[in-house]
Design a protein around this ligand. Structure first.
Ligand SMILES: Nc1ncnc2c1ncn2[C@@H]1O[C@H](COP(=O)(O)OP(=O)(O)OP(=O)(O)O)[C@@H](O)[C@H]1O
Ligand code: SF4
Ligand SMILES: [Mg+2]
Length: 315
């Protein structure tokens, strides 16, 4: 197994909200990421995926906890050391259009990080941009286009080219394929997998789509209401033991399933993150809930090698 490249240790993020209250977006999250792997983080909207990623990207300081990258707690970096750290961890967003300046040509967009770090001169921009576009299977002469002259899938390839420019060790993708139609989504995933094989990049891939992540993720981490509920190998998802993960898997649609196959929809509502119940955060929606679940929050423990579960009564 490859070396651990990133350790998230007891990361909690609380946001102050009105009335002197705090909203807990991430609650004591701990997990490791190994070099060259894809770790998918899945869970319903609002469960804290983006907040976790922003902490890993050093865009938002956690309230407590550490994020260890190459032996150093990057949450403590400031000034130039913090800026230099961005070279190693890059991000691809759901909507690249919002991240791009519409007045910039594609070559200036993909080479902007290189210029910011003084790694190339302006006269190198055209040739370097052509190389980067070729890596993401776009025609090199797209360098002179503007973002609005491209399709959504092509723009997402530009976003990946830009993320690749600094040759980062980790690329964090936040719903990077969610806005694309299924066939374009498929080609982007294939591109990411190809680049990972060629360059040994590590991905942290945030997604709602359990079926999609199971196709290419080495590990899947499942979040609920700011908590990590289960983490297991991507090819062992069918052996998930947390009731929430099982419920998510039941809710996956498949085109080749039996017409009368049951598609589970989770009953009940997610509690407000302003008012998380004591005990297990999933208790009001869990059909296996018992007294202990309401009294004590389950630890996130390793049940077997590489399989972590936060549940008193794993299935
Ligand atoms: N800056 C902020 N101030 C206050 N609350 C915030 C802030 N950022 C996020 N939150 C809250 O933290 C919780 C987690 O938000 P987050 O964006 O991390 O969820 P998510 O899992 O990425 O959701 P989605 O799948 O919809 O993108 C939500 O309840 C959200 O409203
Ligand atoms: S701890 Fe209890 S309520 Fe929570 S998921 Fe497990 S069985 Fe359900
Ligand atoms: Mg999000």
């Amino acid at each position: 197994m490859s070396e651990i490249i990133l350790s998230v240790e007891h990361v909690t993020k609380k946001f102050p909200v009105s009335g002197g209250k705090f909203l807990t977006a991430c609650d004591d999250i701990t997990f490791n990421v190994r070099k060259g792997e894809t770790v998918a983080v899945v869970g319903e909207s609002g469960c804290g995926k983006t907040t976790l990623l922003k902490a890993i990207m050093n865009m938002q300081k956690p309230t407590s906890g550490k994020i260890i990258f190459h032996g150093e707690d990057i949450t403590q970096l400031t000034g130039e050391a913090k800026r230099q750290n961005y070279r190693h961890i890059q991000m691809v967003f759901q909507d690249p259009t919002a991240a791009f300046n519409p007045k910039m040509k594609i070559k200036d967009i993909v080479c902007e990080p290189l210029l910011n770090f003084d790694l190339i001169s302006k006269s190198d921009v055209d040739s370097r941009a052509r190389e980067l576009l070729t890596q993401v299977d776009l025609p090199a002469d797209f360098v002179n286009r503007y973002p609005h002259n491209m399709s959504g899938g092509q723009r997402q390839r530009v976003a990946i080219a830009r993320a690749l420019a600094l040759e980062p060790e980790i690329i964090a993708c936040d719903e990077a394929t969610s806005a694309l139609d299924v066939s374009v989504q498929d080609t982007i995933i294939k591109l990411l997998v190809k680049l990972q094989r060629e360059k040994g990049i590590t991905y942290i891939f945030i997604c709602h789509d359990m079926a999609l992540v199971s196709l290419f993720s080495h590990r899947v981490a499942v979040m609920y209401l700011g908590n990590m509920m289960e983490k297991l190998d991507g090819d062992k998802l069918h052996q998930a033991r947390h009731p929430y993960t099982r419920a998510l898997l039941k809710a996956v649609f498949s085109t080749d399933q039996e017409k009368n196959q049951y598609i589970g929809i989770l009953p009940g509502d997610i509690p407000s993150p302003l008012n998380i119940p004591s005990g297990c955060p999933f208790q009001n929606r869990c059909e296996y809930c018992q007294e202990l679940c309401q009294q004590k929050k389950p630890d996130f423990r390793e049940l077997e090698e590489n399989h972590f579960v936060a549940c008193h009564y794993p299935l």
